[in-house]
Design a protein around this ligand. Sequence first.
Ligand code: FAD
Length: 317
Amino acid sequence: MSEILVLVEQVDGEVKKVTLELLTLARGLGTPAAVWAGPGYTPDAKAKLAEYGAEKIYVAGSEEITGYVVGPKAELLAQLVAGKSAAAVLVAATAEGKEVAGRLAVKIDSGVITDAVGLGDGFVAEQSIFGGGVNVQSKVSRGTPIVAVRPNSTAPEAAAGAGAEEEVSVSLSDAAKSARIVERVKQEKGARPELTEAAIVVSGGRGVGSAENFSVIEGLADALGAAVGASRAATDAGWYPHQFQVGQTGKTVSPQLYIAAGISGAIQHRAGMQTAKTIVAINKDPEAPIFELADYGIVGDLHQVVPQLTEEVDKRK
Ligand code: FAD
């Protein structure tokens, strides 16, 4: 079977969950081959990738690969697609993953599908388009399919692969080196999971009422081991940092469970969360549009409902 290249997402050598999801998807389509781009490869990383089915692991450990903005990763993948006659390339539909996918598509003259929420036989992808308003089945009809898959679209399942390593060197073009990274500022790693990767997200909107009141949202999030999100109304008001905004101009999340508290459900907010598996809305207005989308709706004041939920979750631990 032909190889399916999976670009590994990692932080400080730790393989991100989305990569395990991509390997799980790849197993059903061909021979999964993980591509490690940059330094930091460790025996732990190898073990993790093999545990989730990587038959091959291509390791391109050069510092140059992560020293420049995305260009080198696209060139590395282009080289591997040609050299290994890969059947497809899977990347995470993160900001960086999508940019790599786009650049790779141009380099290898292939079609690209972004924001896939499923991928099946013949590389037919279920794709969330028009800001999440519509789901369609899409297939690349030219070249080697490149598919950017949203985190949390697939449950990662372990199934051992051989994990055979192969070192890869890549000679970068001047174009790939046109934007150099001059500084990396490490964000404090909070106790909460990363928003786009979290299995559960609890988001607050204008209904939360103030920055201080976001502690109510955080309380439920912490009880559930969830990430915190916010609507644009809440971030624009300065109640919560912009990096946690969910929606068209914020982050796109696809968790197993999304709890929206005090959020009306504007189309721009939906664009970032409507592929969540289960949506719970808490709103005091029974006519709020979010209830059209929600699997479970609670009509009530979030300042009463959310603390009760938190208490109940804590009790059941
Ligand atoms: P509101 O629409 O004001 O809704 C507040 C809700 O809280 C209401 O339904 C109300 O009934 C309820 N409520 C009030 N008090 C309580 C209470 N005590 N208990 C329970 N419920 C209560 N928005 C985003 O979120 N993300 C984006 O990325 C985004 N991008 C945008 C891009 C563009 C180009 C534009 C034009 C807009 C964008 N918006 C985005 C803004 C979007 O249109 C909405 O204005 C925004 O989502 C509204 O946020 P909200 O639901 O928190 O506030």
